[in-house]
Write a protein that binds this ligand. Structure first.
Ligand SMILES: [Fe+2]
Length: 159
């Protein structure tokens, strides 16, 4: 038995929005993994503060992954799963455990800027489909990544 979907969207709208959410999910997963890895491997005199800052950020992103994937499901599209699948969906590179602490933070700041751009592009598509629930979720993700970029930028001495 097949249950049909009637949530007020056309199939094309659901597919288009889910595709944008999938990009945000893949970028978020990559930045989550890098942040957690740098939380483990960061070294130097600022260890404790960097280690804790990164923990705060990876915990937020970990929780968000579930919300984003479940929004894709609510749109009637399957969520991606598996390392290879995720790797193919993102342009964010793996972290390097031997990087200097400040270089790690700088790299993450840039990654959040990428996520800000990915989220904004996705919001535009969700908005044109009048998908308020997705716009709401992505607006929260946009604000989170702007905040994380600010925290990393300020830790590096920028405004
Ligand atoms: Fe930890």
């Amino acid at each position: 038995m097949t249950a049909t979907i009637d949530t007020g969207f056309t199939k094309a709208e659901r597919t288009d929005v889910a595709q944008e959410l999938t990009k945000v999910l893949a970028d978020s997963f990559a930045v989550y993994m890098k942040t957690h890895g740098y939380h483990w491997n960061v070294r130097g005199p600022e260890f404790f503060s960097f280690h804790n800052l990164l923990e705060q950020q990876y915990r937020d992103m970990w929780a968000a992954l579930d919300d984003i994937a479940e929004r894709i499901r609510a749109l009637g599209v399957v969520a991606p799963q598996g390392h290879a699948t995720f790797a193919n969906l993102t342009s964010i590179k793996d972290g390097d455990p031997d990087k200097e602490a400040l270089e790690m933070l700088k790299e993450l700041m840039k990654d959040h800027e990428t996520l800000i751009a990915t989220s904004r592009a996705a919001i535009e598509v969700a908005d044109s489909a009048s998908d308020e629930a997705t716009v709401d979720l992505l607006t929260q993700r946009l604000a989170a990544h702007e905040k994380f970029a600010w925290m990393l930028r300020s830790t590096l001495g920028g405004r």
